[in-house]
Design a protein around this ligand. Structure first.
Ligand code: ZN
Length: 93
């Protein structure tokens, strides 16, 4: 079960919508920092933005995303072998 898993969400000023964030390393102020990036366009998100929040798996649909069942491996190879953090997260079309 993954009842306690939370997903970072914030407003992307580039996409102009609420998006999911992914962890990434970025150059900021001359140093490499761990930041949140838009899952769609890699724009760096602001965790201090009031629109930033942590969503439960059940709340993901509010930003147009959902998780694939782990046994839905027929579409993604063996047990969702993708390791870029995006497998299983579908954006609205
Ligand atoms: Zn974006």
């Amino acid at each position: 079960m993954s009842d306690n898993v939370l997903f970072f969400s914030s407003y992307c000023t580039s996409c102009q919508k609420q998006v999911l964030g992914t962890r990434a390393l970025a150059e900021q102020e001359g140093a490499t920092q761990l930041v949140w990036q838009c899952i769609v366009c890699d724009h760096v998100l602001d965790p201090d933005d009031p629109r930033s929040s942590w969503l439960s798996e059940q709340e993901l649909e509010h930003v147009g995303c959902y998780l694939m069942d782990e046994d839905a491996d027929s579409k993604h190879g063996e047990h969702g072998g993708c390791r870029d953090g995006q497998c299983g997260v579908k954006q609205p079309v």
